[in-house]
Ligand binder design. Structure first.
Ligand SMILES: Nc1ncnc2c1ncn2[C@@H]1O[C@H](COP(=O)(O)OP(=O)(O)OP(=O)(O)O)[C@@H](O)[C@H]1O
Length: 366
């Protein structure tokens, strides 16, 4: 699967630009402020339905304009072409289209373009909030497991119903309707257990890939990936919810469950978050993403798109070369940015490669 054409209209610093990436390695270089990250951001919108740089999504619209559009042609692994569009209207949010038809569900688009991104902030996957780690696993499950998306939204809806009751009780002293609380608690256990089983079995599978890759990159380190379910070890979710009920009533929200789940990474028995250097953290993140893509392609026989922002700032040349070798082995379409094209000398061996220069708000193929 790959993007064979991209067009941006009034997106960030660009007026209208179009370019035709190749199926494998696409190098984007240009001076500071030229628009390299903006190009990746435009592609990211198609794969995730949001910017990776800001929560203020309107900022992708060129200053003074009312909307920004990204249009692409996506060739899937069977060779079938789909036209995918995304417009951000300043006044009206996002609008997505598939083959000229407006799509109701963002997931219809996102499902078509499995995508990963590596940026200077990617170490947050290890040292940042547990939400990022849950998202990492749930991204894969969303793409791999039919029905996971429905299961995850059923859990989230049930949790918000249960939390609403707890909150009203904690904040306003409204009495709990015991029958209703039992209903939501039972539903929470049902969805929560299924969600946890899915996450645990996915992590078990990815663990094997991560261990193998890590031992190639850094043979002196032994990595371990463990899932922490979000409730007390050795206890069931139902028992934990029962045990913590009075605390939940006091706090006004559900304090245990898969929404509190986390992934722990340890290296030689020590917490990776607390012990690895910045460079080592980046390597760990890149390994996790490569493992994710490898596993993904072996599970569903589909390829991914990989965006790498500012690779030279993140990885030294030897690691960069090794990293790209591993990614390109997985039949991934890669978009990678850097300031100087000379930072990519090591890519001369790749035949399927295009180099784009971003300058004066234009994208030129070299
Ligand atoms: N909404 C907008 N409208 C117009 N210009 C914008 C908008 N948002 C950002 N810019 C400008 O777009 C340019 C491109 O920014 P971008 O971050 O993509 O550059 P870059 O090539 O990745 O830079 P660097 O190498 O410094 O990270 C910058 O000059 C920025 O000020």
């Amino acid at each position: 699967m790959h993007l064979s054409f991209l067009q941006l209209d009034q997106f960030r610093n660009f007026g209208q630009v179009a370019f035709t990436p190749c199926q494998s390695l696409n190098i984007i270089h240009g001076a500071n402020g030229a628009g390299k990250s903006s190009l990746l951001e435009a592609i990211h919108l198609l794969g995730f339905g949001r910017s990776f740089r800001t929560s203020r999504q309107n900022s992708v619209v060129k200053q003074g304009m009312s909307g920004a559009t990204v249009f692409s042609r996506l060739v899937d692994d069977e060779g079938i072409e789909n036209k995918i569009g995304c417009t951000r209207h300043k006044s009206d949010g996002f609008e997505f289209s598939l083959n000229g038809q407006r799509t109701k569900k963002l997931s219809d688009i996102v499902r078509k373009i499995p995508m990963q991104i590596f940026t200077p902030q990617s170490s947050d996957l290890i040292i940042g909030s547990p939400l990022l780690r849950r998202r990492f696993v749930d991204w894969a499950l969303f793409h791999v497991e039919h029905g996971f998306s429905d299961l995850s939204s059923a859990y989230t809806k049930t949790l918000s119903h249960r939390n609403a009751m707890l909150r009203k009780h904690a904040n306003n002293g409204i009495a709990i309707d015991a029958q209703q609380m039992d209903y939501w608690t039972e539903a929470l256990c049902n969805y929560g257990n299924r969600l946890t089983i899915a996450r645990e079995s996915y992590l078990e599978a990815i663990n094997a890939e991560v261990v193998a890759l890590y031992s190639q990159f850094m043979p002196e380190f032994k990595i371990e990936v463990r899932y922490n379910s979000g409730w007390e070890k050795g206890s069931s979710l139902a028992d934990s919810l029962r045990q913590k009920y009075s605390r939940d009533l006091q706090y006004g929200y559900t304090t245990v469950g898969p929404h509190k789940g986390d992934i722990k990474f340890s290296v030689n028995g020590y917490s990776a978050a607390e012990n690895l250097s910045r460079g080592q953290l980046r390597i760990l993140v890149s390994i996790l993403q490569i493992a994710q893509m490898k596993l993904f392609s072996s599970l569903v026989n589909k390829s991914t798109i990989y965006l790498v922002d500012d690779i030279a700032a993140e990885l030294d040349e030897k690691t960069r070369a090794y990293f790209l070798d591993l990614i390109l082995e997985t039949n991934t379409q890669v978009f990678v940015t850097a300031i100087e094209s000379s930072q990519f000398k090591f890519t001369n061996k790749y035949n399927d490669k295009k180099v784009f220069h971003v300058e004066h708000d234009q994208v030129n193929e070299e």
